[in-house]
Design a protein around this ligand. Structure first.
Ligand SMILES: C[S@@+](CC[C@H](N)C(=O)[O-])C[C@H]1O[C@@H](n2cnc3c(N)ncnc32)[C@H](O)[C@@H]1O
Length: 232
């Protein structure tokens, strides 16, 4: 899959030691965006990093885009991407406590999802590369919070589009959302070779039953979840 131009621009404008550079997961989510009617929508991009996904939503006609990240470097990078003709804001906040009263038509998120040894449930420092991918022993530290917040962030019939690794149990994401009445589906799946982070912790992942010794690639999944309408 080729990396979209907007993604390349986002990567060029950020320091790779401070802000996550758009990668295969970023590109896979962007590839699925058109199936979520971003045109005319009010869009929230959680865990925005460089702002690449937020910018892709704007390029597809979103009316308003709010880019949120806990890392101040990411917020600065996303703020700098502001396209013309779109209401654009970049806000520093945690997935757990970002508040918005109006609700969004579409929430996008490429959260940290890599199972990580020797880390607390959430990375204590809001900056630094590990914060972009380490997500506790089961990889679900941010995913579980996202599932818990989806309903209050979305308007009725609003959509959540997220990407994650098979190492962090996509079935669990679907279970959590379906328990709240969301309809879920898989929009994309792609095998990608291990990068340096997974290669470095391959032994730990095998020891914890998350990988088999023959594995040299992980499956990325893009999930779509639609919030139910209002109850009568
Ligand atoms: C995998 S990167 C994704 C960046 C970008 N969306 C992309 O796809 O290229 C995850 C991002 O989530 C941010 N992050 C991690 N934990 C967070 C939290 N609890 N609340 C908000 N942002 C968080 C990190 O700072 C990082 O920028």
């Amino acid at each position: 899959m080729t990396v979209p131009e907007v993604t390349q621009n986002a990567a060029r404008s950020t320091d790779p030691t401070l802000v996550y550079q758009p990668q295969a997961d970023t590109a896979l989510l962007i590839d699925a965006l058109d199936e979520c009617s971003p045109a005319g929508a009010r869009v929230l991009d959680l865990c925005t990093g460089s702002g690449a996904i937020a910018a892709a939503a704007a390029a597809r006609g979103a009316l308003e885009v709010v880019a949120v990240d806990m890392c101040p470097h990411a917020v600065r990078a996303a703020a700098a991407l502001a396209p013309s003709g779109v209401s654009w804001s970049a806000i520093r906040a945690d997935v757990s406590d970002f508040v918005d009263d109006a609700g969004f038509d579409l929430v996008t998120c490429n959260p940290p999802y890599v199972p990580a040894p020797d880390t607390p449930d959430l990375c204590p420092s809001p900056v630094g590369p590990a914060h972009a991918w380490d997500a506790g022993p089961d990889g679900r530290a941010v995913l579980d919070r996202l599932c818990a917040r989806a309903e209050e962030l979305l308007r009725p019939h609003g959509r959540l589009l997220l990407v994650q690794s098979a190492l962090a149990a996509p079935y669990r994401t679907r279970e959590l959302l379906e328990a709240r009445g969301f309809r879920t589906s898989v929009l994309r799946e792609r095998r990608v070779p291990f990068g340096p982070v997974l290669r470095a912790r391959q032994r730990w992942l095998i020891d914890h039953g998350l990988l088999s010794p023959q594995d040299d690639a992980e499956t990325l999944t893009v999930l779509l979840a639609e919030r139910p309408g209002r109850q009568r």
